[in-house]
Design a protein around this ligand. Structure first.
Ligand code: MN
Length: 241
């Protein structure tokens, strides 16, 4: 049976009205929760879950991205919804709640959401080759060379007691290696994060059990995305005139 062309047009018109209404409703739901739309969104992985193997297995990435990271994003949004944080960026929210014991749960989940999104961007398949340009020059100046930097970073990872993060940061215009415990982040301490490795056990235990140093060394040698880090440095450090 052929459909009557007029009927067809009416149906299409009705469909487009329905689609418009549905989109408008979705927009209203997202924009009128009483406290603003969600501050944290799941950032897509810039590679597939199995792309970092064997340094980080697909199994570890699956749990890390889909369970741990997703959990922090969900919880951070639940805890901030309707609480007067509307319009704040994730970074501003983290800085505003840092050190406030009454907002520890907000800070912990918000900082973990931010730290994980940043960590995943610091990695890439077939990474690990030596940095170039300004980043390489600044690493040489601060640590005496790339090999020395890696040794310092690995030692910092080994010495971080319990869960936390190891970072390369820009601190008052100079590069430094620092660690942070649990959810803490250099963002909350006036430093600019450049590169990080997650040293919570969930980041490596399935693949390395207690061998944290082997995990961090393999990340540095095989996955570190120095192009991404160099781009962050360029953004943070205006070129010299
Ligand atoms: Mn983690």
């Amino acid at each position: 049976m052929l459909t009557h062309p007029v009927f067809n047009k009416r149906l299409m018109a009705r469909s487009s009205v329905l689609v418009t209404c549905a989109l408008a409703a979705l927009f209203l739901v997202q924009c009128s929760d009483g406290g603003g739309s969600a501050i944290f969104v799941m950032e897509p992985l810039p590679y597939s879950l199995d792309a970092l193997a064997p340094t980080i297995s697909a199994d570890t990435m699956g749990f890390h991205y889909d369970k741990h990271y997703a959990g922090y994003v969900k919880k951070a949004n639940e805890l901030t919804k309707g609480k007067g944080f509307a319009g704040k960026t994730a970074e501003a929210l983290i800085q505003a709640t840092a050190g406030d014991a009454s907002k520890a749960a907000v800070f912990n989940n918000a900082a973990q959401a931010w730290n994980h999104a940043y960590f995943f961007k610091c990695l890439k398949p077939d990474g690990g080759s030596a940095p170039e340009g300004l980043l390489a020059e600044m690493i040489d100046a601060a640590f005496g060379g790339f090999v020395e930097f890696k040794a310092l970073f690995i030692t910092a990872a080994k010495d971080q007691f319990g869960s936390g993060w190891v970072w390369l940061v820009l601190d008052e215009g100079k590069l430094a290696v620092v660690t942070s415990a649990n959810a803490d982040t250099p963002l909350a301490h006036g430093m600019i994060p450049l590169f990080t490795v997650d040293v919570w056990e969930h980041a490596y235990y399935l693949d390395y059990q207690n061998r944290r140093v082997d995990f961090v060394k393999s990340v540095l040698d095989n996955l570190a995305n120095w192009d991404f880090v160099a781009a962050q440095l360029e953004k943070a450090q205006p070129p010299k005139v």
